[in-house]
Design a protein around this ligand. Sequence first.
Ligand SMILES: *Cc1c(COP(=O)(O)O)cnc(C)c1O
Length: 227
Amino acid sequence: MIGVTENLALISDLLHKSAIEAGRNPADIRLLAVSKKQPLAKIREAAAAGQRDFGENVVQEGVDKIEALADLDLTWHFIGHLQSNKTRVVAENFDWVHTIDKIKTARRLSEQRPAGDPPLDVCLQINIDDEESKAGVAPAALPELAAACAELPNLRLRGLMCLPAIRTEFDEQRVPFAALRERAEQLRSAGIDTDTLSMGMSGDYRAAIFEGATIVRIGTAVFGART
Ligand SMILES: *Cc1c(COP(=O)(O)O)cnc(C)c1O
């Protein structure tokens, strides 16, 4: 059986190669290991191999893991849908939230971030394919949400995130990622600077890197199938 350490080495190598192919600096791409539904032992193995960033999509499962692994110096990213009644525990425990799509959620997170903690790093989730079933702010409503978030004292607006519809062809996969990058460029012209594009998963990270991803969120390729 191939373990997490071997998987991580393999993926780092693939990310590195994709970055070079895309004419980018590999150091500008961060691997977020998506540890949802994975056991603590596998997360410990990844941490021992040098992995620092982990992603969870269910609040209570994430908080339980953060507490159980408090002896390690890890960075925890919330990547799931966030209901406004669960914001406090997220503001108190996580370092990043990738999935903000409502100003109400952002305001609560800012108010509930404990004094003395650094600002919570946040990305705004865009419904890039305009799908009925998906979370995320509509592209047209992004500028207003971004401007409002940028004002909140205990949040740091880092960038944009998307979870596009599944596509199998590389050229097709690039389309929504290019659209997300263009949204970030539009914000920049409007005076809102960000440094993060959270896009790409196990099946489409290469296309995301070609379009400027700075965080790729990879689960199964690191940890194996979820239990
Ligand atoms: C589960 C998940 C991932 C990782 O998916 P894999 O296909 O296992 O790499 C990435 N992003 C989000 C938002 C997820 O929920």
